[in-house]
Design a protein around this ligand. Structure first.
Ligand code: FAD
Length: 418
């Protein structure tokens, strides 16, 4: 039976970054995935390193926007009607977490984590020989209506409080940065210190290669085979069972599959999203990601072409793809930027792992010694910073403690010893 210090389950950007950091600290680490490194959600995102994010995506406050979504006319969101009853409790919690006061509270709590994202990735990329993927050219967001731009006021205030540079631009100012944009918008906001990558898959692969160079082992296997073995954990892999004292759960949108049977029910849902790649017409190009805020898509220059990523689709994680948002978005996108033909022939589908308040779950699993979930959405590299556990996580701990309070003392002692 092979033995390591730590098992990291899931080789997306989260698991691979965690594994690399643990290996750098001299621990023996096995990184496990049932697919190839970085091939799932971390493959196809918009490549933005979210260091400048203040408010994570919020529930739409504008009744008009909600109505457009309900009528399936919105580019920014789609849904599967049959999935709504299941999604409803999560959507209500999401709406609650999107109240202005909660958003501001959250922004302050998450800031220490976001604040380190670019510098931490830059350091890892330099070490992993992946610096060529990093682009420190900022992020441009364009707004078609004065109303949506005005909604940014709270972000401007917090950006000033956090010392984050944020520039309000008119059309000419935005076109100075991105001359290929057509003036179909009225305002723009430029986040100069934001960074992006030209190939998220390439970054994860480079981190995995650096992990291997430090002696880390990457194995194939199903994380759901994880079970208790003595004082630690065992997982079955293509090279046999591997034991470790600690296991890190970094399964992204699949975290449920492992945690639910262990009795850890987290309010994790997925917001699905798609991408397609395009050529540009003529000499048109982009130097940075551009968000068309009112339409709800991002175009990022990638090594594979101009990657257009859609907003949210509320649907079961494993339901068949329904990329209907492209039909709604393409006229808007072609209006803003001279997109040419597609440069790929497949539409990619990914599932953003999301908690209602977008705070990550990091740390020891209550009552499951040595198990550490690392699950988050749209967040920078996860760190065990001085971090207050999110409210739903604290509630889960309290509920477990309360349940255990009714059990016999001998049972509680034996749980502690396990
Ligand atoms: C369209 C879109 C655009 C996005 N844009 C951005 C962006 O610009 N910036 C940003 O920060 N975030 C963005 N995100 C979110 C970001 O991509 C995810 O938050 C991130 O990739 C999650 O990484 P992860 O490692 O947690 O998950 P994953 O990359 O999905 O990794 C989880 C791994 O677990 C493995 N796994 C699952 N089940 C098992 C099992 N039973 N056994 C073994 N292995 C298993 C999978 O194979 C996978 O490799 C976007 C997401 C989408 C969908």
């Amino acid at each position: 039976m092979a033995r390591t210090d730590v098992l990291v389950l899931g080789a997306g950007i989260v698991g691979t970054s965690v594994a690399l950091h643990l290996a750098k600290r001299g621990l023996s680490v096995a990184l496990l995935d049932r697919a190839g490194v970085g091939e799932q959600t971390s493959f196809g995102n918009a490549g933005i390193v979210e260091g400048n994010t203040i408010f994570p995506p919020a529930f739409p406050a504008d009744p008009g926007a909600l109505m457009r979504i309900a009528l399936k006319r919105a580019g920014e969101a789609n849904y599967h009607l049959s999935f709504l009853p299941q999604a409803l409790p999560w959507l209500i919690a999401f709406r609650t977490a999107s109240r202005p006061a909660r958003l501001i509270e959250n922004a302050r709590l998450i800031r220490p984590l976001f604040a380190r994202a670019v510098a931490e990735h830059e350091a890892l990329m330099a070490e992993a020989g992946a610096a060529q993927f990093l682009r420190k050219t900022g992020w441009l967001k364009v707004y078609r209506s004065a109303r949506s731009f005005k909604a940014l006021n709270a972000e401007f205030d917090l950006a000033a409080e956090f010392g984050l540079p944020l520039q309000a631009l008119d059309v000419a100012g935005a076109q100075t940065l991105e001359p290929s944009l057509r003036p179909v918008f009225a305002h723009a906001a430029f986040w100069p210190q934001a960074a992006s990558v030209s190939n998220p898959y390439g970054v994860t692969r480079a981190y995995a290669a650096r992990f291997a160079a430090l002696g880390g082992v990457t194995l194939h296997g199903d994380a759901r085979s994880l079970h208790r073995a003595g004082a630690g954990w065992r997982v079955e892999t293509n090279e046999g069972g591997v034991d470790a004292r600690e296991a890190v759960v970094a399964l992204g949108p699949w975290a449920h599959d492992l945690l639910d049977p262990l009795g850890l029910r987290l309010p994790l849902m997925v917001k699905r999203g798609y991408h397609r790649h395009f050529h540009a017409q003529g000499n048109a190009g982009l130097a940075r990601p551009v968000l068309d805020a009112d339409a709800g898509y991002v175009i990022t220059p990638m090594q594979q072409g101009l990657r257009m990523t859609t907003g949210v689709e509320i649907a079961a994680r494993d339901a068949a793809p329904t990329p209907v948002q492209f039909a709604r978005l393409m006229p808007k996108a072609r209006e803003l930027f001279p997109l040419g033909e597609r440069s790929d022939d497949q539409t990619w589908l990914g599932s953003r792992p999301c908690f209602p308040d977008s705070r990550p779950v990091i740390g020891r699993a209550p009552g499951l010694n040595g198990l550490r979930p690392q699950t988050a959405a749209r967040l920078p590299r996860r760190r065990r910073a001085r971090w207050r556990a999110p409210s739903h996580w604290r509630r889960a701990c309290r509920a477990r403690r309360d349940r255990n309070a009714d059990r016999p003392a001998a049972w509680r002692r034996s749980r502690r010893q396990r």
